[in-house]
Ligand binder design. Structure first.
Ligand code: NAD
Ligand code: ZN
Length: 254
């Protein structure tokens, strides 16, 4: 771990009061949920996820989608928030972060105690019928699906139920997107954690913050396209880097 980078990040966070965190699948890999793009995760490799996890793929072949989704669902349900999720919740309590903006559907920020969370790619709390659009709580549907591996159907009209996760080709939830953009515009610090920043328009959020004068900290194992515009870049496991930043912040040394 590079102590200088940890200290520089802590100094930026120390001086901020309207920060935002922008998180991706990498913050949840220490909780046992693989990301999509890391080479050994397997989620992209087994099938063409751009097809199977798209709204067109879902409508054409719901069974194919659910087969692909099964292991991810199982891991998400078993996962617990890790020290990186908890560090962000703590930064909110300390008055440093005004919101967590996430691309994750695993709901671990909520379970870690963060209060203001914008889930840009949806979540697994609900599922919606693709025909009559009735919304159902997802828990019993997911529990049943993990038992029988059958495609879930709408009790009202018999059509297929889709988890409220945003698939490729779907619009982002507009209220969440607008609130995220507003928080980014107001922010004085953006901390990116575990995102390849390759999925737009969500990846535009850190750029929006930076353009409006915010300091940009990126914590990601691999380089990202925004590294060159960041104030601090830490290529490190977020579950090590974030607690280190937090303890530096809590110590009296800065
Ligand atoms: P991504 O898979 O594109 O990138 C993840 C990035 O995190 C990679 O660049 C990787 O180097 C980095 N990383 C992995 N483990 C890390 C760690 N411990 N510490 C620091 N960095 C780490 O993920 P993305 O940018 O979030 O976008 C992919 C899409 O996949 C999103 O739409 C998201 O909804 C979805 N997804 C969500 C989950 C989840 O909810 N947990 C899991 C997989 C995919
Ligand atoms: Zn229906």
């Amino acid at each position: 771990m590079n102590d200088d980078l940890i200290r520089q990040s802590a100094e930026i966070i120390q001086g901020s009061s309207k920060g935002i965190a922008f998180t991706g699948a990498g913050i949840s890999t220490p909780s046992g949920i693989p990301d999509f793009r890391s080479h050994d995760s397997g989620l992209w490799q087994s099938v063409d996820a751009m097809v199977v996890a798209s709204i067109w793929g879902f409508r054409q072949n719901p069974a194919g989608f659910f087969e692909w989704f099964y292991p991810l669902t199982e891991l998400i349900l078993a996962a617990k928030p890790n020290v990186a999720h908890k560090a962000l919740a703590q930064l909110e309590v300390m008055g440093k972060l005004q919101a967590v903006i996430t691309q994750n559907i695993d709901m671990l920020h909520t379970r870690a105690g963060s209060k203001t969370i914008y889930e840009l790619h949806g979540h697994l709390r609900e599922a919606t019928c693709i025909h009559c659009f009735t919304v159902y709580p997802a828990e019993p549907i997911i529990t049943q699906f993990l038992k029988d591996k059958q495609v879930p159907h709408c009790p009202k009209c018999g059509s297929v139920l889709k988890p409220n996760a945003i698939l490729f080709g779907e619009q982002l939830p507009i209220k969440q997107l607008l609130a995220s953009q507003e928080a980014a515009r107001r922010s004085d610090m953006v901390i990116v954690v575990g995102s390849s920043l390759e999925v737009a328009p969500a990846s535009d959020i850190p750029i929006l913050g930076k353009r409006n004068g915010a300091k940009l900290i990126i914590i990601n194992l691999e380089p990202t396209p925004l590294d060159s515009m960041a104030d601090v870049v830490i290529h490190e496991n977020a579950a090590l880097a974030l607690p280190a930043i937090l303890s530096c912040l809590e110590s009296t040394s800065i």
